[in-house]
Design a protein around this ligand. Structure first.
Ligand SMILES: Cc1cc2nc3c(=O)[nH]c(=O)nc-3n(C[C@H](O)[C@H](O)[C@H](O)COP(=O)(O)OP(=O)(O)OC[C@H]3O[C@@H](n4cnc5c(N)ncnc54)[C@H](O)[C@@H]3O)c2cc1C
Length: 341
């Protein structure tokens, strides 16, 4: 890296947000320096990667259609570009807990346009390893992204196409007037630090309200694989080779990556409400989601310095929302922090 080189952008953080953003910046032929260190409790490294177009509690669309289309299109394009598979398109089966929820979903299907995402209903007891006494619904398009794999293959690509500093960004070495960091100079800098935006002197005033999540990997010795995602209180995502991911908890008080007794208990109770076969717990992990009080992402430029940007607040559904928002940021000129959903 030559010290006289001036980048178009420095991007701090290569979680899901930073990764999507750098791919979009490279598409615009921008030169980028990435500064990232995989710090404890980062969300993307533990995320299950679920892509679910429906907010299941009220059975309403989670996002507008353009977000959903953009997510699938982007990950498919990136799979081609990176020559690897990390997107798994598969149905999500929403299992009803009681007749009231079943009726709500059927009403939304028939009378409120939710047939856009509900692709039919299954009779009770359709799956012999599940507790599906009150029927279930097939939700599509849905699936899951192997987020860690996406980040790892992207990093390998970035090492060839950008400059990459594997270190913790220290604000004491950043000059905000010159947009320089140590010996590196840039036109602009964009912070994508996930929940650690709380420690960023330029953006810590934003209404971030992080949420810890715990997530469990289990083995079901009697079932090698089922090509569906099941949801009832928690989701179960197939990983292959008898392994499944079960998640997740929500906790706003404890923001460590410590696994808790309460979190484990919650996941076990919900899991046993879904499956009726033996399982073993393989691993439990935790991370902190960059959630925002009003659920809207934090995107744009600092009100006092238009060369310092933020791309954050992807919340609990970053895999679905991220591609649309990243594209919008890179291809629009937000004057200041934009609050939209
Ligand atoms: C348990 C759990 C399950 C989840 N499941 C899903 C799911 O199924 N579907 C879904 O869509 N979303 C899910 N999410 C949410 C999803 O993970 C987030 O929306 C998304 O990953 C946020 O990405 P991010 O890049 O903003 O933050 P992060 O992933 O936290 O990335 C921030 C990056 O910046 C780095 N960084 C921070 N500060 C510095 C610094 N000073 N110097 C250098 N590097 C720094 C961090 O180490 C990290 O690499 C889940 C989250 C959790 C915790």
């Amino acid at each position: 890296m030559s010290s006289s080189k001036k980048y178009d952008y420095i991007v701090v953080g290569q979680g899901l947000a930073g990764t999507l953003l750098v791919h979009d910046l490279l598409e615009k032929d921008k030169s980028v320096l990435i500064i990232d260190s995989i710090l404890d409790a980062s969300a993307s490294r533990v995320a299950a990667g679920l892509i679910n177009p429906i907010s299941v509690r009220r059975c309403i669309p989670a996002f507008s259609e353009e977000y959903i289309e953009k997510a699938f299109k982007t990950y498919l394009q990136l799979e081609k570009k990176l020559n690897t598979n990390f997107l798994h398109v598969r149905s999500l089966i929403k299992i009803f807990r009681n007749p009231e929820i079943q009726n709500l979903w059927k009403d939304k299907f028939t009378n409120f346009g939710m047939d856009l995402y509900i692709k039919g209903f299954n009779n009770e007891n359709s799956f012999n390893f599940l507790n599906d006494d009150y029927q279930s619904a097939n939700v599509e398009p849905s699936g899951n992204l192997n987020v860690s794999k996406f980040l790892d293959v992207s990093k390998r690509y970035f090492l060839k196409t950008c400059d990459f500093v594997d270190d913790v960004f220290s604000f004491s070495e950043f000059n905000d007037e010159k947009i320089s960091y140590k010996n590196y100079k840039s036109e602009k800098i964009i912070f994508c630090e996930g929940y650690r935006i709380k420690e960023n002197p330029f953006f810590k005033y934003l209404p971030i309200s992080p949420t810890k999540g715990e997530i469990m990997t289990i083995k079901i010795p009697s079932i090698e694989f089922f090509d569906k995602i099941f949801s009832k209180g928690v989701y179960i995502i197939p990983l292959g080779n008898f392994l499944y991911r079960v998640g997740a908890t929500f906790n706003r008080v404890d923001l460590s990556d410590r696994v808790t007794k309460d979190g484990k208990q919650f996941l076990i109770e919900r899991l046993e409400g879904i499956i009726n076969v033996d399982y073993e717990i393989v691993e439990i992990s935790a991370g902190v989601r960059p959630t925002v009080k009003d659920y809207k992402p934090l995107i744009g430029w600092h009100p006092k310095n238009k060369n310092i940007g933020v791309f954050n607040g992807l919340g609990a559904r970053g895999v679905l929302a991220g591609p649309f928002l990243s594209y919008a940021f890179v291809n629009s000129s937000f004057e200041t922090i934009s609050r939209f959903n």
